[in-house]
Design a binder for this molecule. Structure first.
Ligand SMILES: [Zn+2]
Ligand SMILES: [Zn+2]
Length: 343
């Protein structure tokens, strides 16, 4: 039997270790990025560092846009607006009860060009929707109940569904939100600067400061590593337990085999003592018995004729099996004893 639990634990430990290492590495990278205190300094910094590519910086400011979106439901002004509608319904399940479920009906996302402004200058941010750490504010959450028409209700009922209504959620990145962005700073032909996802390296858009981001990553890195250690210890414990069980089972197996062999030899000897004719073929059959004794390991009298469920071991006769709660070979619980027939 393969020790699934132990192997799963060790694999989880490896995955957690890698996660911890990558969080740790991200924290190190964030520590090394250039922090721009005032956006007006960015152009100069970029010119000076134009040979270093990509030039990853951390900038902070408030979200702004020349063409903000006016949100339909919440009335907020935002630069990224995401709308989702979920149909909520009750479903008739096999057990005969109603359970609540929902399905995503539509999801829509709009984004207009936007920038960060810290009072000294502006810098555009491109592709923020794919960045790590971007959390949109829930602008509005409305639940529209389904109309209660009799025909509709009956149809739904026949299909095993009861419509409850539609939940519309509007998530917004509102203008004026203070943000920290970590990304690659690029200057275009007309001299305006934008921050974008670097080819390699971190891309963060977050309402936390860069120090908070580093502290968070460090915390997660440590947590992952502790969890990894825990899983390793538990995995090794499971594997060791499995190995010990396996060794014990082999040992019991050999001991019982020895007993059975001895009993079979004794039996063959007795029979031989009683009958003297045809010695040649007698000892031959006794030899055969010694090779493959079919005796029950408990009584050493009957031939075994039962199999244990679930372990599958065959080593006892039906009479002895009825007194057992655990398999004498592997010590697993016996749920059921099945009689076997030999031809
Ligand atoms: Zn028996
Ligand atoms: Zn067994």
């Amino acid at each position: 039997m393969i020790p699934v639990g132990g192997i799963t634990c060790c694999l989880s430990a490896a995955a957690l270790y890698l996660l911890g290492r990558s969080s740790g590495r991200d924290a190190e990278v964030l520590k090394s990025v250039t922090r721009v205190n005032q956006l007006k300094d960015l152009a100069q910094l970029l010119d000076a560092a134009s040979k270093v590519l990509p030039y990853v910086v951390a900038v902070s400011g408030r979200v702004g846009s020349d063409t903000p979106i006016n949100c339909e439901y919440s009335g907020l002004r935002g630069v990224i607006v995401e709308q989702t509608a979920e149909q909520h319904f009750l479903k008739h399940n096999d057990a005969g009860s109603w359970i609540q479920d929902s399905a995503l009906m539509l999801s829509m996302c709009k984004e207009v060009p936007w920038y960060l402004d810290d009072g000294t200058s502006r810098v555009h941010v491109v592709g923020a929707r794919g960045a790590t750490g971007l959390v949109l504010t829930v602008g509005s959450e409305v639940f529209e109940e389904s109309g209660r028409s009799l025909v509709r209700g009956t149809l739904d009922y026949l299909q095993g569904l009861k419509m409850l209504g539609v939940k519309r959620i509007e998530r917004v990145l509102p203008t004026g939100t203070p943000l920290t962005v970590v990304g690659e700073a690029v200057k275009d032909d007309i001299g305006s600067i934008r921050i974008q996802r670097p080819h390699k390296g971190p891309f963060y858009v977050s309402d936390k400061t860069i120090d908070q981001l580093i502290a968070n990553l460090g915390k997660w890195s440590r947590l992952y590593k502790y969890a990894s250690m825990g899983f390793t210890v538990f995995g090794i414990y499971l594997l060791a337990k499995h190995a010990v069980q396996y060794i014990m089972e082999r040992r019991r197996h050999w001991e019982m085999r020895k007993r059975v062999l001895a009993a079979a030899a004794k039996k063959a000897g007795q029979e031989e003592g009683g009958l003297n004719g045809n010695t040649e073929s007698r000892s031959e059959s006794a030899n055969k018995d010694r090779m493959m004794p079919d005796l029950c390991v408990i009584c050493l009298e009957q031939e075994y004729n039962s199999v244990f469920v679930p372990c599958g071991h065959m080593c006892c006769c039906m009479a002895c099996s009825s007194h057992l709660t655990n398999c004498p070979l592997c010590r697993r619980r016996i749920d059921q004893v099945v009689k076997t027939f030999r031809h």
